[in-house]
Design a protein around this ligand. Structure first.
Ligand code: SAM
Length: 224
């Protein structure tokens, strides 16, 4: 977990040990994607946001255990691998927290947490499709969300989106196409595309592709 949101707004790199460009994953689920990406592309710092408490706690612990950073204490707090117990997350030295910070929150509040132009990349993987009429504005590729991402990204920053859901992908191609973003990559079969070798699978992606479903992906760049 990370510091006070007011501190983050003043300086989004403050909660990290090293200065580095920032990436954001929205709706990180149990954290497989950001955990792997943050090791492979270790020259970045990462924020991962998740709406649901229990899911976020699972993500934090998975990340920390996989990086040898400790685990949740049996009676609360955070236990380092050597048994040192910290009551509050901000008591843990930055050097012992790796390059990912997790935030429990709703994507619609992102601009209250981060200043404009914070991120190089924003990822939204397998977000809820909200297929029923009247719920379109909850989709993470609805125009209001794209406007948030456009603010939060640097000039030339990229929004990356993956889904198994054909209806959501069609909708997203339309909304992103009508936004200031430029679509630079799109595929309806990611695992058969040129991106397959560099693709990192999420929990949902593994599940869906094991069932034979095709993974759709788009990447879009913002020019400010
Ligand atoms: C279908 S799951 C996908 C999880 C993960 N990204 C994956 O691909 O395995 C979508 C996740 O997004 C979270 N989520 C949905 N709406 C959100 C929002 N507005 N802000 C933050 N997280 C959200 C949900 O709680 C859920 O954990």
């Amino acid at each position: 977990m990370c510091q006070n949101p007011l501190e983050i707004r003043e300086n989004p790199t403050a909660p990290f040990e090293k200065e580095a460009p920032l990436r954001l994953e929205i709706g990180c689920g149990k954290g497989d994607f950001v955990t792997q990406l943050s090791v492979r592309d270790a020259e970045y710092n990462y924020y991962a946001m998740e709406l649901i408490d229990d899911v976020l706690v699972a993500a934090v612990e998975k990340y920390a255990v996989s990086r040898g950073l400790g685990k949740l204490g049996v009676y609360g707090g955070w236990e380092e691998p050597d048994g040192t117990l910290h009551k509050e997350p901000w008591d843990i030295p930055l050097a012992k927290r790796g390059n990912v910070r997790f935030i429990r929150g709703d994507a619609k509040t992102l601009c209250e947490i981060f200043p404009d132009g914070t991120f190089d990349m924003i990822y939204a993987n397998f977000s809820d499709p909200w297929p029923k009429k009247g719920y379109e504005d909850r989709r993470l590729t609805a125009p209001a969300f794209l406007a948030l991402y456009a603010r939060l990204l640097k000039d030339g920053g990229t929004f990356c989106f993956k889904t198994d859901n054909v209806g959501l992908f069609d909708y997203s191609l339309e909304t992103v196409g009508a936004s200031p973003f430029e679509i630079v990559f799109e595929t309806r079969d990611l695992h058969a595309s040129e991106r397959a070798v560099t693709n990192i699978m999420t929990e949902y992606e593994r599940n869906f592709s094991e069932k034979g479903m095709k993974i759709h992906c788009l990447e879009a760049v913002i020019h400010k």
